[in-house]
Design a protein around this ligand. Structure first.
Ligand code: PRX
Length: 655
């Protein structure tokens, strides 16, 4: 469908009826919403029976705003729930992970029994290294099964993983290790990207120069590249883990045992360690995975095409699928490793039934064109999911038509690192879908869209998205900073969780997400803080001042655009501006990650400021998107903006 047709279609506010897409009998029915709504705490306690407990909980929620406890008198082991219990139930021979490498001819099929032994060996190795309950263990790994094994082994011991996306720089890794005093790191020598081996361990070596808390590093040999070795600190996985006993007697931990940290960008320069605890998180992961994707464990082949370095990988590669005992695909490579039809070959060859990915990837696949789909049978697919950023209706329709063959419901799932699991999404076969809308809060979740004063907005209006009641997988806090936790999420509308997103209720009352309302950007589904990038840029020796904004981008959703003033000494005046821009981009890449590299850097003699000295980012956003400029009357010098607009235009033509 062309854009104008979609627009016309949307104008009529039409939707796809649930039954039109879905022949299966759904796991839940419409009645579930009402049941959950009438007594959410009782409903969640009922859902807790999805887990196997050593001591079953009798309590549901203990709420001491903004601090929640769920199922607090229960005892369990997270790793037992993901792995061992399926073996105990007779599913040991079932495939847990079908791992597909970046290279064409490399794969591993790991059954639940094999996974159990791998996790046991890893847990024994970590014990031998001194890992104990409550310790923080950083995981800086490529997309290989050992990453999942390490996570499961860590939580098996009651310790916490802090997975850092392997695309982050040594500096970003160091700051995350330091913030939570990790004692151990699990990593690999390197990783493959489109057939090329890239090193990973040197970033760990560099990070650890400034991390005295780290005692041992466990290293998977993935690429066999030459790496520097520290005899007292470093241990090869294939030596230490593989020689361990393949059984490990798990211990039970309290429901509220700290489980993991996931660092994410906020509105300040410092990433925050989002804390999740055990049982509530697992109940959220297990319940939402089953309901949102309508999982049929006996027959589904699930594929969450995300990285374990982000929350999507945690909840819907590791915990949700394994708790539900499904067979899943884990893919190491990029969408075009080995050709632009690589994904479709994987779907066809393995008979993938559930595919979950991000709008930015869908837009990239769409840009590559449908010729790559020709000859591939995608009819095994039955539910398609999207996450991470608002999906534009055109990409939604393409996904539905070309990948889903017009008969797979699309679940546009809204959630966050902080929410732990999906909060707003259609349910296959139960809820209607609309291109670009996340539709409805899930059973057990109560959301609202409110105005500045915290009042619910009527249908047809927009406002701030809030969650009005606690839910099991909600973050329990920001590591080491309870004040920031209370301030960031619970102070704007007291007692209510402020998500930081704008949302609209349409005339039917269905929810559309509108993007962030704070200084957080969303680039290719990666959450980045404008302030953090500004700090990085200002750290470059030639930069005086920087302002970063997120500008719309056709493929990546938003793109980083930086406005920079330089401090050039007389000797520096002759420097080539293009070279400086490139140096700044490289600097950001080194300090944070290549994903934070500005798409555009505009060098300007001045930044637009209010009379009180604040940089007017709103105006810069307008400039970056080449929109008509709004009110400039509060500016000290309105001519600055037209000058920057001029520079921007010049820059665009140079591009
Ligand atoms: O702005 C929302 C956007 O991603 C943010 C959360 O980012 P992160 O914690 O990195 O987690 C991403 C994966 C869960 C949200 O505040 N976001 C996430 N899903 C959607 C979305 N925006 C619109 N529609 C979505 N489906």
């Amino acid at each position: 469908m062309a854009n104008d047709q979609i627009e016309a279609w949307l104008q009529e506010n039409r939707s796809f009826a649930p039954s039109a897409d879905f022949a299966q009998k759904s796991n839940v029915t419409e009645a579930e919403y009402g049941r959950a709504h009438s007594d959410p705490e009782a409903w969640w306690l009922e859902q807790s029976a999805r887990l196997t407990w050593t001591v079953a909980p009798t309590r549901s929620l203990d709420w001491n705003p903004p601090f929640a406890k769920w199922f607090s008198d229960g005892m369990l082991n997270a790793s037992y729930n993901c792995v061992d219990r399926h073996v105990d139930n007779g599913f040991g021979g079932k495939t847990a992970i079908h791992w597909i490498a970046d290279a064409e001819n490399e794969e591993r099929v790991i059954s639940y029994s094999e996974l159990q032994q791998m996790v046991a060996r890893c847990a024994n190795a970590l014990l031998a290294l001194g890992v104990r309950a409550g310790d923080r263990v950083a995981v800086y790994m490529p997309m290989i099964p050992e990453a999942v094994v390490a996570m499961l082994a860590i939580v098996r011991l009651g310790a916490m993983h802090s997975v850092v996306f392997a695309g982050f720089s040594a500096e970003a890794l160091a700051s995350r290790i330091q913030d939570s005093d990790c004692r151990f790191v699990v990593t690999a020598d390197g990783q493959f990207r489109r057939g090329t081996a890239a090193l990973l361990k040197p970033a760990v070596d560099e990070a650890l120069l400034n991390c005295p808390s780290v005692e041992s590093v466990l290293v998977v040999k993935r690429t066999s590249q030459e790496v520097v070795w520290n005899e007292t600190r470093d241990h090869w996985w294939h030596e230490l883990v593989d020689s361990q006993n393949s059984t490990h007697q798990y211990e039970s931990f309290p429901a509220e045992q700290d489980m993991f940290l996931m660092y994410t960008s906020g509105t300040t320069g410092k990433p925050k360690g989002i804390l999740h605890t055990t049982a509530g998180y697992l109940v959220g992961a297990a319940t939402t995975y089953s309901n949102v994707f309508d999982i049929k464990p006996a027959t589904d082949i699930c594929w969450t095409a995300a990285d374990i370095g982000w929350i999507t990988g945690h909840t819907y590669i590791v915990y949700g699928p394994l708790l539900n005992g499904v067979s899943q695909v884990m893919y190491e490579g990029l969408p075009d490793s080995g050709g632009r039809d690589r994904w479709w070959r994987i779907v066809e060859n393995l008979g993938v039934t559930i595919l979950y990915t991000a709008p930015t990837t869908i837009r990239t696949l769409m840009k590559w064109g449908t010729s790559h789909l020709i000859g591939h049978n995608l009819s095994s697919l039955r539910v398609l999911g999207t996450v991470g950023e608002p999906i534009n209706p055109e990409a939604w329709m393409w996904y539905r038509e070309f990948i889903g063959g017009n008969n797979c419901p699309i679940v546009d799932t809204w959630w966050q690192t902080e929410t732990g699991s999906i909060m707003i999404s259609p349910l296959p076969g139960v809820t209607s879908t609309k291109p670009g809308a996340a539709m409805r809060a899930l059973p057990g979740i109560t959301i609202d869209v409110v105005d500045e004063q915290g009042h619910s907005v009527p249908n047809g209006h927009g406002g701030f998205l809030v969650v009005t009641r606690p839910w099991p997988s909600m973050t329990r806090g920001i590591w080491g900073d309870p004040d920031r936790f209370a301030e960031t999420y619970w102070s704007r509308f007291p007692g209510t969780y402020f998500a930081g997103d704008g949302a609209k209720r349409d005339d039917d009352g269905d929810i559309w997400l509108l993007g962030r309302v704070d200084d957080v950007m969303n680039v290719s589904g990666h959450r980045l803080s404008t302030t953090e990038i500004e700090h990085a840029i200002v750290g470059f020796h030639l930069v005086a001042e920087a302002a970063v904004v997120g500008a719309s981008d056709e493929t990546t959703g938003q793109a980083v655009v930086a406005f920079v003033t330089l401090k050039l000494s007389d000797d520096d005046q002759s420097q080539d501006h293009a070279a400086i821009i490139e140096q700044i981009r490289q600097h950001v890449s080194r300090v944070i990650s290549p994903i934070a590299k500005p798409r555009q850097i505009i060098l300007t003699p001045e930044l637009p400021k209010t009379r009180s000295g604040k940089i007017m980012r709103r105006l810069l956003r307008d400039v970056a998107e080449q929109r008509a400029l709004g009110d400039v009357t509060t500016l000290t010098d309105p001519t600055v903006v037209s000058m920057i607009s001029g520079l921007m235009e010049q820059h665009s033509t140079e591009d």
